[in-house]
Design a protein around this ligand. Structure first.
Ligand code: NAD
Length: 427
């Protein structure tokens, strides 16, 4: 390949996901003979903010210092855009990798954003609601100079939700002295959030299911679907798949999985999780482990939790014919190769889960214009953008003789490189 993988950021950003992101990027760079200067520039984020801040536990005497990050990968194409993740193992490298993926994703679906991502290293299942509020407000103030409607617009990701975005918006608005809904997306509709944003990632992903299934001649009606991760993305993907007539035979979360050959009652599982915060104790099927879930015989597998779960260790026993990536970075490069050899079709994260950022874009536009669209307009435009991007990626895949991940990255990286080239180097 000829790249020193330790050049271009890995010393600062060392993490398995950043390595994966660079490996994917370097493959495409070689394939499309990208200008060396541009390639070197795109291997590293333009801005990476690392903060530590104290937060007070509910036990008033207990004050803990936590780490927070915000990484902005490319600032050349408009504001940056990307979620904020709360997880026990978040680190700078992971956030930087996710910011890079956001750049490609926005370019693939044609949104006027560069990529960003944020994170706070905290286990969201171990903090109370008031603790989460204090963390969110303090994190927001620490990064406040770097976010804003025309600078960088956060959104929810793992461990954060509409309420978290409402706290970010409120903290920002308090500091600038006026209400600024456009500073975040994924807010509650009462604050200028868009209808259909909550369902957008899962729904957008599953809107590609019939298109991908047609390519490999799988019948959608009755197709067996398995879902890893049952949070925002997993739940709405499950719902959308069952609305299409598929049979969701297994779902799982961090507590383990549930399997039912006759089909999981998705609304009942969602209601259980809303009440109990996990699938633990849900009796709509037999308990299985997350590891067993990947081996289940099915038509469609939807990873919708964390990164790096489909690896060289389990790719040869994946039981699906089609993988729709809802999570970011769920498949390692080594696993990609195994799946390719096995003829399993994979719709990659940068295309598959782009529905979230697409409706976030709609939300931002609506907030800036103070003019709100109907649900049917939003869902219709989301479908249109997703299916157009899928068609374009498929075309690249055919013309270049590559898989869908490579094709999507070729499309995204070319667009970003073109923008960088025409802007030139300042000064
Ligand atoms: P979430 O916090 O709502 O849900 C995450 C789910 O994954 C939970 O069910 C959790 O229990 C489960 N999980 C966590 N660790 C796990 C593990 N080790 N094994 C099995 N399950 C595990 O998060 P989300 O917003 O649904 O995001 C899920 C994934 O989708 C992430 O990779 C995120 O980056 C990606 N994504 C989210 C959006 C969005 O709009 N929310 C958009 C694009 C991509």
């Amino acid at each position: 390949m000829g790249h020193d993988i330790l050049s271009g950021g890995l010393r600062e950003m060392e993490s398995p996901l950043y390595r994966e992101a660079l490996t994917q990027f370097n493959r495409v760079v070689d394939m499309i003979h990208l200008d060396d200067n541009i390639a070197e520039r795109l291997r590293v984020p333009q801005r990476a903010i690392v903060v530590t801040f104290p937060f007070r536990h509910d036990d008033y005497s207990d004050v803990e210092s936590v780490w927070g990050y915000r990484v902005q990968h490319v600032l050349s194409m408009g504001p940056t855009k990307g979620g904020i993740r709360y997880a026990a193992d978040v680190n700078l490298g992971e956030v930087a990798a996710l910011a890079m993926l956001m750049t490609w994703k926005c370019a693939i679906v044609g949104l006027p954003f560069g990529g960003a991502k944020g994170g706070v290293r905290i286990d969201p299942t171990k903090i109370s609601w008031p603790e989460k509020q204090r963390i969110t407000r303090r994190y927001t103030s620490e990064i406040i100079d770097f976010i804003g409607p025309n600078k960088d617009v956060p959104a929810p990701d793992m461990g954060t939700d509409e309420q978290t975005m409402a706290w970010v918006m409120d903290t920002y608005s308090q500091q600038v002295g006026h209400s600024e809904p456009a500073v975040v997306t994924g807010k509650p509709p009462a604050l200028g959030g868009s209808v259909a944003r909550r369902e957008a990632t899962g729904r957008g992903l599953v809107s590609l299911l019939p298109l991908a299934a047609a390519e490999i001649e799988i019948a959608v009606d009755g197709a067996r679907v398995v879902i890893h991760g049952f949070g925002n993305v997993g739940q709405y993907a499950a719902l959308a798949a069952s609305e299409l007539g598929c049979r969701v035979i297994a779902v799982s979360d961090v507590s383990g999985g549930v399997f039912n050959e006759r089909g999981i009652d998705v609304p009942a599982a969602m209601a259980w999780v809303a009440e109990h915060r996990s699938l633990q104790g849900f009796d709509g099927g037999d308990r299985i482990s997350n590891d067993e879930l990947f081996g289940l015989d099915c038509e469609v597998l939807i990873p919708a939790a964390v990164g790096g779960v489909i690896t060289a260790d389990n790719a040869d026993r994946v039981g699906a014919r089609l993988i729709l990536e809802g999570a970011n970075g769920p498949t390692t490069a080594a696993a990609d190769e195994i799946l390719r050899d096995r003829g399993i079709m994979l719709v990659p994260d940068v295309l598959g889960n782009a529905g979230g950022v697409t409706v976030s874009y709609f939300e931002w536009v609506q907030d800036l214009q103070n003019y709100f669209w109907s649900e049917s307009e939003i869902v219709g435009r989301l479908r249109e953008i997703m299916s157009r991007a899928f068609g374009q990626v498929l075309e690249v895949a055919r013309s270049e003789g590559v898989d869908l991940r490579t094709a999507a990255l070729i499309k995204g990286i070319r667009r970003v490189a073109e923008a960088k080239l025409v802007r030139g180097v300042y000064p």
